[in-house]
Design a protein around this ligand. Structure first.
Ligand SMILES: [Zn+2]
Length: 415
């Protein structure tokens, strides 16, 4: 621990780390949140103090923030040590724990909850903000897209030119917020989910879209020109000095978009492009997401679909796979207790696809998928009951929402 920290901060850090270790020993989870809460109780300025000597990048979005932060952290490690909240604990307590675990780090790469972003930027003095997308989350969770966008825009307007905003030009809501910042690097990450940005964020008129661009016919606000962008075949990224080929181990077009913005961010920090691409290629799962594991003779791939936009992306991802598709839906606190958001996903696009339906709210999902024309071939509380119906050696693609995913990861992935 740096001796430069006041005694109170060192005491707070030690006490929090001891509590986190005790919590892990008792099998009560990974302990970051409980440890971090104790640290902040004993020294409310600890996040600020720990972050002060670091160059801090914060990443926020409704979807993709864990993956993008992971890619950024991996690439920054090629030029210096990095503090990173790798387990996705993305509010004050989780952030302070990540910094306390690596207090001499040169860089911090922090995934930050959308609603907490302004506060975290002020406390950490972050000099790089990576903003990906804002879409609706579950119905009874979080703030409305519009409210968050206004908070982000106010934050951006308060920044000085020494703070770089790296923003996705393809999300009109993000573009509207980031436009207010004095120093913005625009990246085209793509955006397949447009249901939450049908209207102009500046004036409310319907946006016109063509060829991946968007423009407001009423006030003229339009997609900013980009210097970095994911190209249509998704494994190429255009950069200011020529295009480069991605070699991602992570699947899906949305992850190519995440990699494009991560690349722009780390190159701005001084990471050579080739070193960044090499680092990205080493990331094959993000806290258990996309992980391939075995259940009996069957390969199982675990995918997280936590809200309408991410569920739609996972459906695109598994569309061409001949794996047995299993959906798992719970509706506990962290999932949002009202699961009717599943009606916002256009499952109709996958009509005819066989699917096994599991989880505590399996009947809600079965009705939704039957209505959309998918072929529900089985229903069970336990998703692994689908294994009995799988062909010998057939793989399983399991798309699960938040608590169902956590449960499955604990069962299937040795920690
Ligand atoms: Zn407009």
């Amino acid at each position: 621990m740096p001796q430069s920290l006041p005694f109170r901060s060192r005491l707070a850090t030690t006490a929090g780390q001891m509590a986190a270790a005790a919590s892990r020993k008792l099998g009560r989870g990974r302990g970051q949140v409980v440890g971090g809460r104790i640290m902040l109780r004993l020294d409310p300025a600890l996040l600020h103090r720990l972050a002060a000597p670091m160059r801090v990048t914060v990443v926020s979005a409704t979807n993709g923030k864990s993956t993008t932060t992971r890619l950024i952290a991996q690439a920054l490690r090629s030029i210096g040590s990095v503090a990173h909240n790798a387990t996705g604990a993305n509010m004050g307590a989780g952030l302070v724990t990540a910094l306390a675990d690596n207090p001499a780090a040169r860089f911090a790469a922090l995934e930050v909850d959308e609603a907490h972003l302004p506060d975290v930027v002020r406390q950490t003095g972050a000099d790089q903000l990576v903003l990906l997308n804002l879409t609706r989350d579950q119905l009874d969770r979080g703030s409305e897209v519009r409210l968050l966008a206004e908070r982000w825009r106010q934050l951006a307007a308060d920044l000085g030119p020494e703070t770089q905003v790296v923003a996705n030009a393809d999300d009109p809501v993000v573009a509207w917020a980031a436009q207010a910042a004095p120093n913005t690097l625009w990246v085209g990450c793509g955006q397949r989910w447009t249901a939450d940005s049908a209207l102009c964020p500046a004036c409310g008129a319907p946006l016109a879209r063509a060829g991946g661009r968007w423009v407001c016919p009423s006030c003229g606000m339009a997609r900013p020109e980009t210097s970095w962008s994911v190209l249509p075949d998704a494994d190429q990224i255009a950069t200011p000095d020529g295009s480069v080929r991605l070699r991602l181990a992570l699947p899906g077009r949305f992850n190519a978009g995440n990699a494009a913005i991560a690349l722009a961010a780390v190159c701005s920090r001084g990471v050579p492009k080739e070193a960044a691409l090499q680092a990205f290629a080493q990331v094959s799962d993000v806290d258990g997401r996309y992980v391939q594991t075995l259940a009996g003779d069957h390969k199982v791939r675990l995918l997280l679909g936590k809200n309408p936009a991410s569920w739609a992306e996972m459906m695109f991802l598994v569309a061409d796979s001949d794996a047995l598709l299993v959906t798992v839906l719970n509706a506990r606190g962290a999932d949002g207790r009202d699961p009717s958001w599943i009606w916002d996903v256009d499952f109709e696009d996958w009509a005819g696809r066989p699917v096994w339906v599991a989880g505590e709210r399996r009947f809600d999902m079965a009705v939704r998928l039957e209505t959309a024309g998918l072929e529900v071939i089985g229903v069970s509380q336990d998703p692994l009951a689908a294994l009995d119906q799988a062909q010998p050696n057939q793989s399983l693609d399991i798309v699960a929402n938040y608590t169902a995913f956590q449960q499955l990861r604990a069962e299937l992935v040795p920690s």
